[in-house]
Design a protein around this ligand. Structure first.
Ligand code: SAM
Length: 281
């Protein structure tokens, strides 16, 4: 086998066959046995490097990256709207200086590149004029590409014929759709939904009373048995801070997710572990 076909075969094998580690290593060893001696050093070199990562990119990644690229062109770097004043205020009140870096628009590799070019910084100066610096807090109000891949390729079942509602779609990273309304006016939408996504939806955007009303409304509408809720953070965490009176154990059961998946070099398993899935009882 020559170099390009050997690499494509390795990538295909690892991505498509859903093998466990031992079987994948065995298959890889036998595949490498068929690589010509001339091509082998090149194959091994590429397997260790970034170029091999590129072979894992699928068409969906390219489409999402194109959308993110177009949105980056159209939006200011901070990608916040003036109507998001509550979120801005919360950011300003954070313990450490925090900026909004939208992770759908800005992947880690792009942030690194912008930092190298001096167009973005991961640090702030502790005392002006000195070289003392501290890490800047980053917050994102969108799911990243890796989180979206985890959600749609690993966490959720086949969605054919299902209705998915993303509460607060913002830039449309989860769902490109047009329904501009307060969720508290959308009872039938929630009642009919099969999957409801709530990514850090209220905490940064509503005051405490409004958060309580929104959760109470959602709890009263989302009662179709088997409907799925995807939340960041865990429902226990969001509701634990509020006096909603919602009986979580009576409403939903948590579905355990396997966070130990490889979704590319940017996979941040800590961020993935904030994603929770629940089934309505
Ligand atoms: C953190 S963003 C999530 C964006 C998107 N779902 C994602 O995951 O990339 C939360 C969004 O929820 C919106 N939101 C907050 N309260 C809402 C409400 N009562 N009705 C509709 N949207 C709301 C916010 O304005 C914000 O755009």
């Amino acid at each position: 086998m020559h170099l390009p076909s050997a690499l494509c075969a390795c990538a295909w094998l690892l991505r498509e066959l859903h093998m466990d580690l031992q079987s994948a290593l065995c298959a890889l060893r036998s595949l490498l046995g068929g690589v010509s001696a001339r091509a082998l050093p090149g194959v091994l070199h590429t397997l260790r490097g970034d170029a091999f990562e590129d072979l894992f990119q699928c068409n969906e990644d390219a489409v999402l990256r194109n959308i993110a690229g177009e949105l980056r062109e159209a939006l200011p770097a901070e990608a916040m709207l003036s109507s998001e004043h509550q979120a801005m205020q919360k950011m300003q009140q954070s313990f450490e200086p925090t900026v909004h870096v939208d992770s759908f628009l800005y992947e880690d590799t792009l942030i690194d590149q912008l930092c190298e070019e001096g167009r973005m910084s991961r640090h702030y100066c502790l005392s002006c004029g000195s070289q003392q610096t501290a890490p800047l807090g980053f917050i994102s109000h969108s799911f990243s590409l890796v989180e979206l891949k985890f959600l749609f390729q690993h966490a959720l079942p086949d969605l054919s014929g299902k209705t998915l509602v993303d509460i607060g779609s913002r830039l449309g990273a989860v769902l490109f759709g047009v329904l501009h309304a307060d969720i508290c006016t959308q009872a039938s939408l929630l009642q009919d939904a099969d999957v409801i996504v709530l990514n850090n939806v209220f905490e940064y955007f509503l005051d405490e009373d409004a958060q309580i009303s929104a959760w109470t409304f959602i709890n009263s509408c989302v009662c179709k048995m088997g409907a799925l809720l995807v939340t960041v953070p865990a429902l226990e965490e969001s509701l634990g801070k509020l006096q909603t009176g919602i009986d979580l154990n009576h409403w939903v059961e948590e579905v355990q997710l396997d966070y130990n998946v490889y979704l590319g070099a940017d996979t941040d398993s800590e961020a993935l572990q904030n994603i929770h899935l629940y089934r309505v009882r």
